[in-house]
Design a protein around this ligand. Sequence first.
Ligand code: BES
Ligand code: MN
Ligand code: ZN
Length: 512
Amino acid sequence: MPQTVEVAFASLADLHVREGEPRPDTLVVFAGENMALSAETRTLLGAAASVLPRAAETAKFKGKVGSAIEILAPGHLTVGKLIVAGATPGKKSSPEAPELDYASLGGYVMGKAGGASNILVALDLPAWKADPAAAAADFMMGVKLRAYNFDLYKTGKKKDKDEEEKPSLVKVTICVADPDAARGASLGRDAIADGVRFARSLVNEPPNVLFPVEFANRAKTLEKLGVEVEILDVAEMKKLGMNTLLGVGQGSANDSRCVVMRWNGGKAGEKPVAFVGKGVTFDTGGISIKPAGGMEDMKGDMGGAACVVGLMQALATRKAKVNAIGAIGIVENMPGGKAQRPGDIVTTMSGQTIEIINTDAEGRLVLADVLWYVQDKYKPAFMVDLATLTGAILVSLGQEYAGLFSNNDELSERLTKAGLATGEKVWRMPMGPAYEKMIESKFADMKTVGGRHAGSITAAHILQRFVNDTPWAHLDIAGTAMASPQTDINQSWGSGWGVRLLDRLVADHYES
Ligand code: BES
Ligand code: MN
Ligand code: ZN
């Protein structure tokens, strides 16, 4: 049964839980260090507050973020369950990290209270350090991100016997001192949450459903938000000379596409910012076929493109004051009689030639033409590309950080800071002339693979040859886009990684 979550804001003053009929609702309140409650929370709980010190002692609850106590059928209250969640922040991981991460707190609370159908949150923290409206908005975003689930293909008929019946509609009411202010602040966060959720679903969809043409159709839905969406088909891409992108797709029965989305929220004539995504809807490896084990995960090889679509949706929904381009190359990498071979030499749209070494190194080929096209046609202020590009980045960084490769220090610093602020962290990797040597080809201007060593770096060097002088950053998200460790705000296989990071980058530096 699909679960929908409705989040609303209400006034704390209107929250009454001490008189009237008992209800199966869950009430969430917050405690600081050593069970410190705010004055409002004390008033709200009345006599019920008196059991809390003993309950806390029994559960060794100290009020730390990421811990909570639950009291069923609490005396003096009408609700069925009282949850006291800790709100004492731990050590900050960096100066840029928020004092208290309200999105994670919202996610945590949603995780604790998730089985209930009506959740009342008294969001009145003992020590507000942040702007309460912004904090409430972040909390709401965390609730929505945590509540995401992808069960489109579960018919519900074969449910495990002991699996608990989850309510199909969960209502979460976030009660704050100033609900109007919270509502105002939440519009932008709501847009971001929806963008992340859209990106996650694209990554989670199976590859027989989400092939390139269907992916392009999904991107086209952004038109209803005022995004201009242009879809290039195979004939149009041939005319433009996007031979490397087409080369990857030529072994598939599913035609390739390139989608360019434009959001014109900034001043007329102002240079756009540009985001480019790798959209391999399934990566078999092609003729250099991958081993069978775990190959099903390669449905997520379009995580970069999914992020770009989710980001464009978020920017348009919150009417960001920026001109932004989102461009994605969408292909399926299959073996077959028409598939490209190792040894093939292909002329890229830029005119440079490239020798194919391993047909499983396909992402760089797709991006080469899209990056070239975007810088040539739109002359953007910068380009950030996202790609599930190399397994080697997992070896280097695991799933904690995405790899950042860039020709520009300012853009790198901004991305690094946005990463620390949002928790979508990036780590800058080295680039330099010595790596260029590794991609020299005997027969063409370059070859696609530089050997076993420094695989993520040589891949980035190939991309760099297609960006001209544009300030550019490449994010290798093979470790973060899918199957990453579950967190308070993400329980989904497809993480939607990058939407919050890049929205923050735009909001902090590029909105007029
Ligand atoms: N899509 C893969 C990279 C990948 C690996 C993404 C694991 C997510 C999880 C990419 O197209 C690929 O196959 N890269 C090869 C490159 C090699 C042939 C030079 C790789 O990493 O092995
Ligand atoms: Mn591959
Ligand atoms: Zn791939």
